[in-house]
Design a protein around this ligand. Structure first.
Ligand code: AMP
Ligand code: ZN
Length: 138
């Protein structure tokens, strides 16, 4: 399914030009227009899915191997020292384009470009309460 109002549908299916690194029947991989670091890439699904919970399992199963391949290329060809695989779901998590995509962000061992969160604190009871809520639906 495609969404006529979705920019990533148009890019993924070649209606809007993009700097494409790779393409197959399921995905197009492009360079992000606002890169977090040089080579920041996006894996876009060719079909329109809002985000990860909507992605069919057989498509999802192909995403991590592709992300690994792109990251490996970043390390060998761009001299990246590592890479992050990031995937945002919903506004609260930073999603701005509501068409499934995965960020592959090469890292060059520059501390200014690190993507980190501040580690919090946990208690045994707190972990147990959260775990019980999630476990019952998984
Ligand atoms: P997210 O915040 O996870 O939804 O990521 C959306 C990403 O898409 C951002 O990093 C944007 O810089 C990028 N982006 C938005 N429009 C385009 C475009 N036309 N071409 C390439 N990247 C884009
Ligand atoms: Zn779309």
């Amino acid at each position: 399914m495609k969404d006529d109002n979705c920019i990533f549908c148009k890019i993924a299916n070649g209606e809007i030009p993009s700097e494409t690194l790779y393409e197959d029947g399921d995905f197009r991989v492009i360079l992000d227009l606002n890169p977090a670091s040089e080579g920041h890439a996006l894996i876009l699904s060719k079909e329109h899915y809002r985000n990860l919970p909507e992605l069919p399992s057989q498509t999802a199963a192909k995403v991590l191997p592709l992300a690994g391949k792109i990251g490996k290329a970043m390390m060998s060809e761009l001299s990246a020292k590592g890479f992050n695989v990031v995937q945002n779901n919903e506004e609260a998590a930073g999603q701005t384009v509501f068409h499934f995509h995965v960020h592959i962000i090469p890292r060059y061992a520059n501390p200014d470009e690190m993507l980190l969160w501040k580690p919090g604190k946990s208690t045994e009871e707190g972990l147990k309460a959260v775990s019980e809520k999630l476990r019952k639906v998984l």
